[in-house]
Design a protein around this ligand. Sequence first.
Ligand SMILES: *Cc1c(COP(=O)(O)O)cnc(C)c1O
Length: 285
Amino acid sequence: PTRAAFEKAMSSLEYGKYSIAFASGCGAMTALLHLFKTGDHFVVCDDVYGGTQRYMRLFSKEKFGFEIDFVDMTNIENVQKAIKPTTKMIWVETPTNPTLKLIDLEAIAKLAKEKNILTVGDNTFCNPYLQSPLLLGIDISLNSCTKYIGGHSDVVMGVLVFNCEKLYKELFLAAKSIGACPSPFDSYLCIRGLKTLEVRTMQICRNGYHLAHFLEKHPLVEKTIYPGLKSHPQHEIARKQMRGFGGMISFLIKGGLEQASKFLRAVKVFTLAESLGGVEGIFKA
Ligand SMILES: *Cc1c(COP(=O)(O)O)cnc(C)c1O
């Protein structure tokens, strides 16, 4: 029942009819990939999360015989060109982890619908308070709750939200069979996280805005990438599909590896780049 309560809250937050929670974001991704069979073709954004890329390359492609093309989706023509008669899914992540490319979700959804291709939007790097893939026509929204939804660096969990009943039956069967199911306690931790998602997100956006502008002007920073900066190549897409610009910033330090390592050894708040969206980085930043 605790898991069901979390799933109900997620359906509401992501504007979907159905949710299925998983033991991790990777568990959600793996279960989803069980909808397909050998020979099916996927088009995936080239800068997709490392774990997604690893599973798709080492397992889906090498062992299970899926065909996968990783393309730069900031240009929609690249997606159009990559589609084949066997294409069954388009996997989009926006902003991408870690180079923060933005992909036009509405344009991808429209293209896929014409060809009856399933679309998946990984919403983790944005967060469901700021972006609603389902409202933009994407079929399935994926979130790693380990990040913004949990928000306290103390839980690993994932969730899929969507509208189709047939998908619910297939995905529920996959979830149950694979066994990547979350515990009641983890579900409870994510429900707790959701209660402050709004206030945390507002603060995250404020911090992001100030930090990005600070970094952009800093003499030792070569380049700052943040969806909210006018200098971001897809800034207009951010304005169109995000309600705020979020908390993820990438920047390049002037110099080389030596300067970058020195900087990383000196940081005090973000000491381990393994997860994101925890309160530790919100209130000390
Ligand atoms: C972390 C992350 C995942 C995987 O989530 P886990 O809960 O760590 O398994 C998937 N997608 C993105 C964009 C992520 O940042």
